[in-house]
Design a protein around this ligand. Structure first.
Ligand SMILES: C[S@@+](CC[C@H](N)C(=O)[O-])C[C@H]1O[C@@H](n2cnc3c(N)ncnc32)[C@H](O)[C@@H]1O
Length: 299
């Protein structure tokens, strides 16, 4: 199980169920492939957005290679879907050639009761929905979360776009874990319309989450440009994992997921290829950095 890695863990496997929280520096596809099947309760992915510019085409072949990507019975329809969408839009094709094999790995790593959260902007969400329906199966689609914020410049030529979309898929719709009771509640919009007890307790969040971006001053800010608010990740971790469960973030950035996991008594794996990101996560969570070997030296 697992590839040996340099650094802290010497020739040990990359991950052990009873091991410490991990911070991995390197390409997440290499790291994800080194982790064992059905080992993670929660996978959160916040990939860089598709800017519309041509991205580096890295792994198109693996999308089409059932041997290489462990696609399982949904693999054929998934590969066909991704290829069909790719031929429709060039920038999408390049972006998804990058993202698709990572989604396949996320699906493989989820436990039977586990959940994937894929955080995207409005330009990609509809493509992602089609591709994930084909990978997981439509019956595994749980929610489309809208994270709405109100910050920054506003266009006068269209409705200002002030939301991100988080697609939620479960590995198994019959056995997935979801605990709405342990989620932080929010104030009622019209507290006068409910009893004082209800107003004091607050209401369960819906699939639309109004939440400020990370404040530009204050303790939460790490300086990492794409940092997501802790409050958003807290909800995700609270609802879709239990204490002691493993939570994986393969595009860790500033380590928001791991910070939420730590605060809530979960264990975490954070992966990022940026030296700045892993330095920030290491300082934020007091974690050693483990270097993931380059593909040529792996496995
Ligand atoms: C949108 S940011 C994530 C922000 C994060 N959710 C947070 O709260 O700070 C995307 C991250 O993905 C990382 N990344 C992009 N491609 C990667 C790859 N192939 N392997 C590992 N990390 C990658 C980037 O370095 C960047 O830190």
């Amino acid at each position: 199980m697992g590839i040996p890695v340099q650094g802290e863990h010497g020739a040990e496997p990359l991950w052990r169920p009873d091991g410490p929280d991990l911070l991995l520096h390197g390409d997440n596809l290499v790291a994800l492939r080194a982790l064992p099947e059905a080992s993670m309760q929660l996978v959160y992915l916040d990939p860089p957005f598709n800017t519309g510019r041509t991205q580096q085409r890295r792994t198109t072949r693996s999308v089409r290679d059932p041997e290489g990507t462990h696609l399982g019975f949904t693999g054929t329809s998934y590969s066909r879907t991704v290829e069909a969408l790719s031929s429709y839009d060039d920038s999408f094709g390049d972006y998804w050639a990058f993202l698709a094999p990572r989604l396949v790995e996320a699906h493989r790593l989820l436990r039977d009761d586990g959940t994937l959260y894929l955080h995207l902007d409005w330009r990609e969400a509809h493509y992602a929905k089609v591709a994930l329906d084909a990978l997981f199966g439509r019956e595994c689609f749980l929610n489309e979360l809208i994270w709405a914020y109100d910050y920054g410049a506003k266009s006068r030529r269209r409705w200002p776009t002030k939301h991100d979309t988080i697609l939620v898929y479960v590995k198994n719709p019959a056995t997935y874990w979801f605990d709405s009771e342990s989620v932080d509640r929010e104030p009622y919009m019209a507290p006068g319309l409910v009893t004082p007890e209800k107003a004091a307790r607050g209401k369960l969040p819906t699939d639309v989450w109004w939440h400020t971006i990370v404040p530009t001053s204050g303790g939460e800010k790490t300086g990492y440009p794409t940092q997501k608010p802790l409050g958003v990740l807290r909800r995700i971790v609270q609802a879709s994992s239990r204490e002691g469960d493993w939570v994986l973030d393969a595009f860790a950035g500033s380590g928001t997921t791991a910070a939420a996991a730590r605060a809530l008594g979960r264990r975490s794996i954070s992966i990022d290829e940026s030296p700045d990101a892993v330095r920030i996560v290491s300082a934020r969570l007091d974690l050693p950095i483990t270097v993931v070997p380059r593909p040529s030296t792996a496995g």
